[in-house]
Design a protein around this ligand. Structure first.
Ligand code: WTA
Length: 739
């Protein structure tokens, strides 16, 4: 199936998307604005508020806002006028977004091809074939989506060589911020020209290790400049990278090595994460042995970065298999030929967890992903040349792929890359980094925001965060209290909040409150479909829900950065995402459309609760509970109930120093009644201790475990808990002695 060209399709977009679409609204006198084109390491900026305590001296006290009755979060906030006035904009208004959006869905072929032509193609896609062809209906044949098939390009070339060739080689690509705040010796900046040379040397080393186009390369490394360098090097030679998060266990790594079919792994001797030293090479050795024993999979080469994680571990090397990184790169040339690949050749495979045990290897291809990553980065964050961008995600997750390695570099952006964690050495770390580099665009997760909010406002106000213009969040629905704190405390009500909804599978943002004049932001609401995204809500029978209503969130048309398959199992891809509602991509999330047509994510469909026939999203219930002062975080699961079918079981984390009691229980009940209705009654309240909720290292709550605990399981088989960031959380939840 291909889109038919309509007469409107033949009209070019109003103006070039990459260049002309940027303008400055009338500037207000005295508005803040940041420096441009940073070329060297900046010094730390002074605190923005004199009253705030200094970060390095005694730790700031939790602010009054944490315990005393805070004001309720607002329900609507216009995109701040000060943000609109002080910055240039790709989209001048909501109406302009609507015009562009309508073009993108009326004729996706013409719309996206106009953007695609702004990238370098060694060989253009065939002029006589549609740019996109697709089938989302497994009953009509194999599911597929192809964009620009037959065209040949390279994403590494577009991310690096293009900028260097255009004279931007001296611009900083990365400011590297080490795990230790005092580790000045490792703090460094890398220009585009330097990055290109390093990527070429790495590409040559990979080629020397026998890697060819189409082969898999697994990385198991800490966050730092070397990780995107390896990703880009693999992409340069047409290899397929699979980044495995450095916190995964040897067993999890072994399964991924085998599933990716990777003969080469790149690791480091170890990594410092917060105050801990994690021996990565030892874990990788164990994984390689497990991969051989359990999957019959052989790793032929292990490249080991010495001191890659800030310290140096004395690691044994296996002759013939293990090679020190420095030795592999020693004689390597700093130029390397580009391997031009088809737009539909695989770029990477990223494993993500499904509802079953086996990890799903989501495969993205070169051309569509490149166009989607670059375009969403630019529009969602209103990125302008000279902005400094900082994403706290690790490249082990999709956010680190699209919004650290590819989106920013394709736009020639300067970004901070952070090896550490937001709470080390204390909860002011992110804000110190924002001040040091005069960060304009910050992208982080609600879970991080909630824990930093809990630590107190003074950790923020001790630093100058006035350079911020866009505050992004990702990963889960953001509760209005965390949103409000981000907006008013971190952003000082002068930066706009972008609550970006997307998935590993979508490759790039799909629903986002774009930072445009005329939009009223709704805390907790992702709001608008991104360019080219055609969302729909379906009831459980597959009927389209029009207007205000709630349903299964699906996407009705292909978009460039959509997943193409699951590694080695196209059937699983079809059954997971396309079988239940043939003709649509099923996100697995529920959503509600409000009277303004804005989309609110209500949580995973597998987390939907049904109490007396009333459907409730876990996110909705949790957001209400977190609305009670002194509640820091909540997770709700359904337990079977003989009268109501399901009942709510709430795990509640309190602010430090607060004890669960009947008064708090009553406050939670009242809040739920007020926000949702009497039906939202918590059957069981489980006060969670200081170790918090069971989360993955990326901060996702492991609801499967909570469900088991809530239903009385847990003492026996908890299943695979290898993705837990802190296994002792389970002991505490189960009332066992904490390991
Ligand atoms: C959830 C992360 C609500 C959602 C990029 C989705 C969100 C899953 C949001 C994908 C958001 C992510 N609002 N829910 N802004 N962002 N999600 O693959 O349930 O790690 O399906 O990709 O996270 O998680 P993944």
């Amino acid at each position: 199936m291909a889109f038919a060209a309509s007469p409107a399709a033949l009209r070019p977009p109003a103006r070039s998307l990459a260049s002309a679409a940027c303008r400055r609204l009338p500037a207000a006198a005295g508005r803040r604005r940041k420096g441009r084109s940073p070329r060297s390491l900046p010094a730390v900026s002074p605190p923005r508020r004199a009253a705030a305590s200094s970060q390095s001296a005694s730790p700031p006290q939790a602010s009054a806002g944490d315990g005393a009755a805070p004001r309720p979060p607002p329900t609507e906030v216009p995109v701040p006028a000060s943000y609109l006035e002080a910055n240039e904009h790709h989209l001048g208004s909501l109406a302009e977004y609507e015009t562009l959006y309508n073009q993108s869905v009326a004729d996706p072929d013409a719309f996206w091809s106009t953007i695609a032509r702004e990238f370098y193609w060694e060989k253009p896609w065939p002029a006589d074939a549609p740019a996109v062809s697709w089938n989302f209906d497994p009953t009509a044949g194999p599911v597929y989506a192809h964009w620009w098939k037959g065209g040949r390009t390279n994403i590494c070339y577009n991310a690096l060589d293009v900028h260097v060739a255009a004279g931007r080689g001296d611009n900083v690509a990365f400011f590297f911020e080490p795990n230790g705040d005092d580790d000045d010796g490792r703090r460094r900046s890398v220009t585009y020209a330097e990055l290109l040379a390093d990527v070429c040397r790495t590409a040559n080393a990979l080629t020397a290790a026998g890697i060819r186009a189409g082969d898999g390369v697994v990385t198991y490394m800490p966050m730092g400049v070397q990780l995107p360098t390896v990703m880009l090097a693999a992409a340069r030679i047409g290899a397929v990278h699979s980044v495995v998060f450095g916190g995964f266990s040897p067993a999890a790594l072994a399964a991924r090595l085998a599933a990716a079919g990777a003969a080469v792994i790149v690791t480091t001797d170890g990594v410092g994460r917060g105050a801990k030293w994690v021996p990565l090479k030892a874990a990788a050795d164990e994984a390689i042995a497990l991969a051989a024993a359990e999957y019959g999979h052989t790793v032929t080469t292990q490249l080991v970065v010495r001191g890659g994680g800030g310290g140096e571990a004395d690691v044994p090397m296996v002759t013939g298999r293990d090679v020190w990184w420095d030795d592999a790169l020693a004689g390597a040339a700093d130029t390397a030929p580009v391997v031009w690949v088809d737009a539909e050749d695989p770029l990477f495979c990223l494993f993500t967890s499904g509802s079953t045990g086996a990890p799903k290897g989501v495969v993205h291809t070169v051309g569509g992903y490149m166009v989607g990553a670059a375009t969403t980065f630019k529009f969602s964050f209103n990125y302008m040349p000279g902005d400094v961008y900082f994403c706290t995600a690790d490249c082990g997750w999709i956010t680190g792929h699209t919004y650290v390695t590819y989106g920013p570099l394709l736009n020639g952006a300067t970004q901070v890359i952070f090896e550490g964690i937001p709470t080390y050495p204390d909860a002011g770390r992110l804000w110190a980094i924002v001040a040091r580099y005069r960060v304009n665009i910050l992208y982080t997760a609600p879970t991080a925001l909630r824990s930093l909010k809990r630590a107190g406002d003074a950790y923020v106000t001790a630093h100058d965060t006035s350079s911020l213009k866009v505050l992004g969040t990702v990963g889960e629905p953001i509760n209005p209290e965390a949103w409000d704190w981000y907006y008013s405390v971190v952003g000082d009500a002068s930066a706009t909040v972008v609550d970006s909804y997307w998935q590993t599978e979508t490759g790039a943002h799909v629903i986002v409150p774009l930072p445009v004049a005329g939009l009223s932001l709704k805390p907790g609401c992702a709001q608008l479909p991104h360019l080219g995204i055609v969302p729909a809500l379906l009831d459980d029978n597959g009927n389209v829900v029009e207007g205000e209503g709630e349903g299964n969130l699906v996407i009705a048309r292909p978009w460039p950065s959509a997943l193409r398959t699951l590694m080695g199992d196209h059937g699983r891809m079809e059954s997971t995402y396309f079988s239940r509602f043939p003709g649509y991509y099923m996100t697995g999330d529920g959503a509600r459309r409000d009277a303004d047509g804005h989309l609110w994510l209500t949580g995973r469909i597998d987390d939907v609760l049904n109490v007396s026939g009333h459907r409730m999203g876990t996110a909705e219930v949790e957001s209400a509970i977190v609305g009670v002062p002194s509640v820091a975080e909540a997770a709700v699961v359904g337990i079977p109930h003989e009268v109501t079918g399901e009942a709510l079981y709430a795990f509640v984390v309190l602010m430090p120093g607060v004890e669960g009691n009947d008064g708090l229980r009553a406050a939670i009940t009242a809040e739920l009644r007020a926000r949702i209705g009497p039906i939202a009654r918590v059957e069981t309240l489980h006060w969670v201790g200081g170790r918090g909720l069971p989360k993955t290292r990326s901060g996702k709550i492991l609801r499967r475990l909570l469900r088991l605990i809530a239903t009385g399981g847990g003492e026996g088989d908890l299943g695979d808990v290898s993705t837990l960031a802190d296994p002792s959380v389970l002991d505490e939840l189960l009332g066992r002695p904490v390991a």
